[in-house]
Design a protein around this ligand. Sequence first.
Ligand SMILES: Cc1cc2nc3c(=O)[nH]c(=O)nc-3n(C[C@H](O)[C@H](O)[C@H](O)COP(=O)(O)OP(=O)(O)OC[C@H]3O[C@@H](n4cnc5c(N)ncnc54)[C@H](O)[C@@H]3O)c2cc1C
Length: 361
Amino acid sequence: MRALRSLSLALDPDWIDFAVRHVDPTFSLTRTFARVVEIRRETADTTTLVLRPNRRFRGFVPGQHVPVRVLIGGVVHERCYSPTSEPHERTLAITVKRQPSGTVSRWVSDTAALGDVVEIGPAAGEFVLPPASTTPLLLIAGGSGITAVWSLARAALRRRADADVALLYYARRRADFAFARGIEELSARHEGFRVRFLPQSPEDGEVAAGRFSEAHLAESAPDWAERDTFLCGPAGLTKAVKRHWQSAGLVHRLRCEAFALATSAADASEDASRDTRGPTSVSFRRSVRTALSSAPTLLAVAESAGLRPPTGCRMGICRTCTCVKVSGTVRDRVTGEIDSAAGSRIRICVSEPLGPVTLDL
Ligand SMILES: Cc1cc2nc3c(=O)[nH]c(=O)nc-3n(C[C@H](O)[C@H](O)[C@H](O)COP(=O)(O)OP(=O)(O)OC[C@H]3O[C@@H](n4cnc5c(N)ncnc54)[C@H](O)[C@@H]3O)c2cc1C
């Protein structure tokens, strides 16, 4: 009996992980761990970590993102990052812009060291090139949004060396353009890859490009309406570009990726007024658990009930936490939409219950 127990313990993947990770901290039979093998400063506030994942990593498609889990002060924090390495490389690079009060981005910038180990999840996301398309591309990046856009540019030129790709790249100052040299080199090698760096603030007597405007399109991609357009940047840039495409009735040709949500005082006061509602019950069908909705989102309620559903950005962008709502009415805190349909798929990180809800979790 004792021998049987020892054997089953020895065959338990978690126990094997626990034992072997003392020797190799990236070893796991069930999880993807990666070691920091190189650190590069791209700009004053942007850092690339080159990671060597264990054999469990299944790769990514350029433009997708991966969830990265980091242990900081004894607490695991998870954030999404768009890989900046090539998909065929054995290492995986993420490039992170330091946010002044950010938890994970400051760790990457200030603390991460060679040999550190992080956990990564499977790549996800729809911000990818359409398969086998020859339509000219317009790529628009602002700030850290260049990570996903730079991946798309290289993927398009790898697919077809003569691809027609126009890039508009916005940043505060000249020194803030990450990957500037790589972008220029690629543009010099590929005639069809035309790049415009657009600094917001004037320096050394040069005229600032200012914010996104029709003039930028007219100069760099006058045929913008015929191009498949991919946009990744801060909320202000996204809003301005979307408005332009909407007024031309072409918003269906614009693909957007956001790294952060725009928040407003109006959202905050709306949240405060919602918080006066009483708690309601939330049931988790597969886990056979029920909790009171004492937290604002269904994700937070699930976690307070001891569940650990998969999560990514935790702000309604990456869709990692999407799950089936078996029954009940919820409000999407980002779009304001109310959903009462049975069996709909909802992002639990931004959904709040408006009455009893059952989730397939
Ligand atoms: C799909 C996806 C892909 C992403 N890819 C990248 C990437 O390649 N490179 C990268 O640097 N970031 C990327 N991000 C953003 C990243 O996931 C983190 O949100 C960011 O690094 C900040 O995390 P933090 O823990 O430092 O900040 P937090 O502790 O979460 O937040 C601290 C403060 O910073 C603000 N903040 C958070 N994120 C941003 C942001 N992106 N811009 C402006 N303010 C912000 C918050 O509002 C808050 O006030 C991506 C996000 C998503 C959803």
